[in-house]
Design a protein around this ligand. Structure first.
Ligand code: SAH
Length: 358
């Protein structure tokens, strides 16, 4: 059984129902029993793009190198990844930049990672390609004294969301409480929001019963990025699953052992994520004075960067893996697979050159 369950139940019994964001934060980041603190079973519970194929990280590496050259090859610069998982994305990207003279020597590599077991894996994997990362708990801790290139894949989807339900007298917050049997159950706040200010503007007129999701930590992240990228030039490349336009719907999803489970079923044992609202994310970026490129569908972005050529070249050098490479290419780019479900957004300094691939 989940060791977090009785603790959450007694917290709710003492203090009342929790906003979904607080529940999600406890499930993912409780220092002892949270999913990420326990070491996250990436690859077993879910498979991310860098886990599917090295091509993904290689193209991100070429994008980084191109962005660095376009910025005038600054030395030093801060190369930052948020939520590097097992370290595959940065390791593949790092390898791909080896032939770009000066890039690796100029890069100060920072990994923002909450999970200690994952930090250990990242250190080993990056060490094996000759990179020496520094580890940070939060983006604000990364120095701001040089240009920045930042990447994040499937990081935003783990940031806790609040959910609001449209009722006859306004928006009420969805809460996690206890039912008559003492089991975790969803409910609604006793009073509606005083104003619809927290609801994304395109969703304010949604039908009765509609669910709107809001991600305060994504807004805070964008404020940090704004400060950083207004101060020194740079780009932040954000890749995740979610629609290009704001949509209503309850998208909180729990995955345990590769299968979808109820988000309330096993707190701390399942990975909990929710779709990223890219329209709202882009709006936060613009409000910070950043230049926003995208969102572009992942498949389109990878194609614009030349993933087909990369796949053909790899297949020519490893004919026995040609079928596997073709399947990975399809999985990353086909609209029915990750190609349209994932979006790529780039937030840049106001005067930075336009980023590649958009
Ligand atoms: N980018 C990787 C892993 C995605 S899983 C990949 O594409 O394979 C999410 C990652 O973000 C994990 O490494 C998790 O520990 C980290 N993470 C999630 N929320 C975080 C937070 N608030 N602060 C720091 N790291 C976080």
């Amino acid at each position: 059984m989940s060791p977090l369950l009785p603790r959450l139940a007694s917290l709710i019994a003492a203090e009342g129902p929790l906003p979904v964001s607080q529940f999600m934060a406890a499930c993912l980041f409780d220092p002892k029993h949270g999913y990420y603190a326990r070491g996250a079973r990436l690859g077993a519970d879910f498979t991310t793009a860098p886990e599917i194929s090295q091509m993904f990280g290689e193209l991100v590496g070429l994008w980084l190198a191109q962005s660095w050259l376009d910025l005038g090859a600054p030395d030093p610069f801060h190369l930052i990844e948020l939520g590097p998982g097992r370290g595959l994305l940065m390791a593949d990207a790092w390898r791909a930049t080896a032939s770009v003279a000066g890039f690796q020597a100029a890069a100060r590599l920072w990994l923002v990672e909450a999970s200690l077991p994952l930090r250990a894996q990242q250190q080993t994997r990056l060490g094996s390609v000759g990179a020496l990362p520094g580890f940070l708990d939060r983006l604000e801790q990364a120095p701001i004294d040089a240009p920045t290139l930042l990447i994040a894949n499937e990081f935003l989807d783990c940031l806790p969301i609040r959910q609001f339900v449209r009722t006859t007298d306004g928006w009420r917050e969805r809460l996690v409480g206890l039912d008559a049997e003492g089991q975790l159950a969803f409910g609604l706040s006793a009073t509606p929001l005083a104003s619809d200010g927290p609801i994304p503007p395109p969703l304010r007129n949604a039908a009765l019963g509609a669910v709107a999701e809001v991600r305060p930590a994504a807004e805070a992240l964008m404020a940090d990025l704004g400060q950083r990228l207004r101060h020194r030039p740079g780009h932040a490349l954000l890749i995740d699953y979610g629609p290009a336009q704001s949509e209503t719907g309850d998208t909180l999803q729990a995955i345990e052992g590769g299968r979808k489970v109820s988000p309330l079923a096993s707190p701390g044992l399942a990975d909990l994520t929710a779709r990223v609202d890219f329209a709202t994310l882009a709006a936060y970026g613009r409000r910070e004075g950043l230049r926003v490129a995208g969102p572009s569908a992942q498949g389109q972005w990878l194609r614009a960067l030349g993933i087909d050529v990369r796949a053909a070249r790899l297949a020519a050098s490893r004919p026995q893996q040609a079928g596997e490479l073709q399947a990975a290419l399809a999985r990353l780019t086909e609209p029915a697979q990750m190609g349209d479900m994932f979006q790529v957004l780039c937030c840049s300094s106001p005067n930075a050159p336009f980023p590649a691939g958009f």
